[in-house]
Design a protein around this ligand. Structure first.
Ligand SMILES: [Ca+2]
Ligand SMILES: [Ca+2]
Length: 487
């Protein structure tokens, strides 16, 4: 992919879109996104449960828009500010290789709602309710493929890449875009009718009240087309978040320059998994945080711990209590980092599960939680509250502080600054409470103890002070703490 060669396209598409619909793109700095897989979230209507089999993780489970709408208060209570739904399109009926279209990534019709999820009117009701609660709505958009055997493959064979196209691919990038993903009918976005279809899909869902699109599998989509698509979205005020599997800072930079608002940061996810869950040193994480400062808009990077395509974060250990404790640690830590945190349903209770489909168990709500799960939720809720109340945590710049080699694998310290607020964040990766004294040129003194609270409501027992050219930290085992600095 060569973004520089596409500059003229960007300008052309931008000028066109600007004259058509001058709308400002709302700022997403400080947003917190909650990811819902509707089939696995909340079943609010038993009349649409055709083919439901809750004993089979590859079958429909009955969750729907009615259930999701009724649970918006839950999402708001957690503290999220936006909801991302995996796709809700009309899906292929029945099973394909033993799996139903419950996940939404096998579209048959891009502009209708699968009856398992409900109706278009119910989707409109959902967006209205969300907006009335000040929650933004992000909808998953598939732009790479149709579902297996979709009617469009017979009605419009010219819309799709052929085996010949795939065989002709000369570079890995061409192979990624022109060959089928998991054998799915692959749209050829260089065909005018396909472009019109996908532009029209975006406009259709925008008209239903959608504020943002999560674009699926952008690694497999023609970059020239993608640039035109997201430039149109930007002009219409729609935020765009791309899923490029495995993306690192270089990929994020490339696609933000192309015009996407944000990308999921898979490098950060991997580094968090290694350090926080598995106790490896902070080296890879420091590297990711340093490189991320070089992207055009680091405050919009989508920062996540797991999603519906990865094993659940809590399952990085065999021990349930350890999984809960380290998930609580990771949630606190995530809420101190630059970017837009994205929480996949159930991480707030350290839901467990391995690879797909084990990472897609039904969501469980308050009345089904154990006390330990409730404690993880309270930690998440508190960390989100702390982040939202702090301009420095929500959107500030980051500066890593040097720590001696002898402790740099187990101690991470940085400041975040926005306007006249600076906070100091410290993560202790040791099992036990530790005190650290580090040479420091830090000028500020703490105005507060740690801003975080324990699940019972008492302040986190962590401290910092600055004296005689030293920064002193007292930190509980395996957690993060955050302090407001004064001058
Ligand atoms: Ca249902
Ligand atoms: Ca493709």
């Amino acid at each position: 992919m060569k973004p520089l060669a596409l500059t003229t396209l960007l300008l052309a598409a931008g000028a066109q879109a600007q004259s058509a619909a001058p709308a400002a793109l709302p700022d997403w700095t400080g947003q917190i996104i909650y990811q819902v897989m509707p089939d696995r979230f909340s079943d609010g209507d038993a009349t649409n449960n055709q083919g439901v089999d809750k004993t089979n993780l590859r079958a429909w489970h009955g969750g729907d828009l009615t259930g999701l709408t009724s649970r918006l208060n839950y999402i708001q209570t957690l503290g999220a500010t936006a909801v991302w739904l995996t796709p809700i399109y009309q899906q292929k009926d029945g099973l394909t290789d033993g799996t139903a279209g419950y996940h939404g990534y096998w579209p048959y019709d891009f502009r209708s709602v699968d009856p398992h999820f409900g109706t278009l009117a119910q989707f409109q009701g959902f967006t209205q309710k969300a907006h009335s609660l000040n929650l933004r709505v992000m909808l998953d958009q598939v732009i790479n493929h149709y579902g297996p055997g979709a009617p469009a493959t017979r009605e419009h064979p010219g819309w799709f890449h052929t085996q010949q196209d795939c065989d002709r691919a000369m570079t890995p990038a061409q192979h990624d875009t022109d060959c089928p993903l998991s054998g799915l009918p692959d749209l050829n976005q260089q065909v005018g009718e396909v472009q019109d279809l996908l532009y029209g899909n975006a406009d259709f869902w925008r008209q239903q009240g959608v504020d943002a699109f999560r674009y699926d599998a952008i690694k497999h989509v023609d970059a020239t087309f993608l640039q035109r698509l997201v430039t149109r979205d930007r002009a219409a005020g729609t935020f765009t978040l791309g899923e490029y599997y495995g993306a690192d800072a270089a990929t994020i930079r490339e696609y933000q320059q192309l015009g996407l608002s944000s990308l999921f940061d898979f490098s950060l996810q991997d580094a968090m998994n290694r350090s926080v869950m598995h106790g490896a040193g902070f080296g890879p994480l420091r590297s990711v945080l340093t490189q991320n400062q070089q992207v055009p808009q680091p405050q919009l990077i989508a920062a996540f711990l797991d999603n519906h395509d990865l094993p659940r974060f809590a399952s990085g250990t065999l021990f349930e209590d350890q999984g809960q404790a380290r998930t609580a640690y990771a949630l606190r830590a995530l809420m101190t980092l630059p970017g837009i945190p994205v929480l996949y349903q159930g991480i707030e209770i350290a839901q467990r599960g391995g690879a797909d489909p084990d990472n897609r168990h039904d969501m469980r709500f308050e009345d089904q939680w154990t006390p330990a799960e409730r404690a993880v939720f309270q930690t998440a809720q508190d960390a989100i509250t702390v982040r939202k109340a702090s301009p420095a945590l929500s959107g500030g710049t980051l500066q890593l502080l040097d720590v001696p080699d002898s402790v740099n694998s187990q101690l991470l310290v940085y400041t975040r600054t926005a306007g006249n607020q600076t906070v100091l964040v410290a993560w202790n990766n040791q099992d036990a409470r530790r005190t650290y004294s580090l040479r420091s040129t830090l000028a500020g003194q703490p105005l507060t103890g740690s801003l975080f609270h324990e699940p019972g409501g008492q302040p986190q027992n962590a401290g910092m002070s600055v004296s005689g050219g030293y920064l002193h930290l007292s930190l509980p085992g395996r957690t993060a703490a955050v302090f407001v600095l004064g001058q």
